[in-house]
Design a protein. Structure first.
Ligand code: SF4
Length: 348
């Protein structure tokens, strides 16, 4: 007996077990598909849902997003991580507002020309929102396909990735493309999971090469390991007797770009100098707080916060729009990196 097509088995499985009640599936407009795809990059569905709801309540359309200050966008993104995604969303919305009448473009080439939209995200928009025959290749789909076809080699390698795109394209069905793409993502997220694939319930187990070879978890091949360096940073946590804290907006590029953080130094020996000469605060009362460790994809950060209790001095602030004293409840409404937010909450 021949095996039904890959896509038919996947669609039958989707009809019974696929996810159909995710918030973005209730509003599958190009804007909502785009937003959900960006939020879901490197992030679990359960984490994304509350952010997605807050974001779509505040920015109901691409135009609303384009016309909002980037600070408001970053503030709603606080805690979701990978902040370049939020900055790129905002930049892309502005381009669409100016060049596409506030609408998502309808061709793959125009989509991938926008900031933050790669081929897979563009494919998802084309398939889920425009019902066009385009494949995707997100982390879930890469895992399913490398196992199904027993493709060895790290999928971040261009040659392996190209091979996977060809397989993904060849497997596309001629009908129900949106359901099919969702089915691929759902199968990867719920059955073909990273460490415990539930192969006995999988509609692909009849010809999945990794399953037949008894080694599904050997795929996908892990990224070659390289040493992740550790950096140190010292934070000046200046707090006035009246409770306000001093925050500085970070440069637009680099880690936590555009978010508000504590003034930062590489070396603790410069604290006195920076406080007195640049921040105009006295350093009579300095307390070292607990070290904070934060891991990025390419380095680890050890943060040494120094609490400085001082008088609120506003004299120099007017000249520097990126430095400001905030009451704690006001500060918590800003775009903040997660460790800054936790530290501010602990100062309440
Ligand atoms: S049979 Fe197992 S390894 Fe193969 S696609 Fe299904 S869940 Fe993944």
């Amino acid at each position: 007996m021949t095996n039904p097509l890959f896509s038919d088995r996947l669609l039958d499985w989707f009809d019974q077990h696929g996810r159909k009640d995710l918030p973005w599936q209730q509003q599958p407009s190009p804007y909502h598909v785009w937003l959900s795809e960006i939020m879901l990059q490197q992030t679990q569905v359960s984490t994304v849902i509350p952010y997605y709801k807050k974001f779509t309540d505040r920015f109901t359309t691409i135009s609303a997003l384009a016309n909002a200050p980037v600070d408001d966008v970053l503030a709603l993104w606080t805690g979701l991580g990978y902040y370049a995604r939020a900055r790129n969303l905002h930049k892309a919305a502005i381009i669409m507002e100016e060049s596409h009448q506030g609408q998502m473009p309808t061709s793959l080439d125009e989509l991938v020309a926008l900031p933050g939209i790669g081929r897979s995200t563009a494919g998802a928009i084309m398939a889920l929102a425009h019902h066009q025959q385009f494949p995707i290749l997100d982390g879930n789909v890469k895992r399913v396909l490398t196992r199904y076809s027993a493709i060895a080699g790290w999928p971040g390698n261009k040659q392996i990735e190209n091979k996977l795109w060809l397989i993904a394209e060849a497997l596309l069905p001629e009908h129900r493309i949106a359901n099919y793409i969702q089915a691929q993502m759902d199968l990867g997220a719920t059955l073909c999971t990273r460490s415990k694939p539930n192969c006995s319930s999988c509609p692909l187990n009849g010809d999945c090469q990794a399953y037949l070879n008894g080694n599904p978890t050997d795929y996908p091949t892990s990224k070659p390991k390289k040493h992740i360096p550790t950096r140190q940073s010292h934070w000046i946590v200046a707090q006035a007797a009246t409770g306000e804290i001093l925050l500085e907006r970070r440069a637009a590029v680099g880690i936590w770009g555009g978010l508000w953080s504590f003034p930062e130094l590489d070396n603790a020996k410069d604290i006195d100098h920076i406080c007195t000469k640049h921040l105009s605060i006295t350093t009579d009362s300095v307390t070292s707080l607990h070290t904070i460790k934060h891991v990025f994809s390419h380095f680890k950060l050890e943060i040494y916060p120094h609490l400085i209790q001082c008088e609120l001095n506003n004299n120099y602030i007017a000249e520097n729009k990126n430095l400001s004293w905030y009451k704690i409840d006001e500060a918590l409404l800003l775009g903040l990196p997660a460790p800054v937010k936790s530290l501010i909450e602990s100062l309440q």
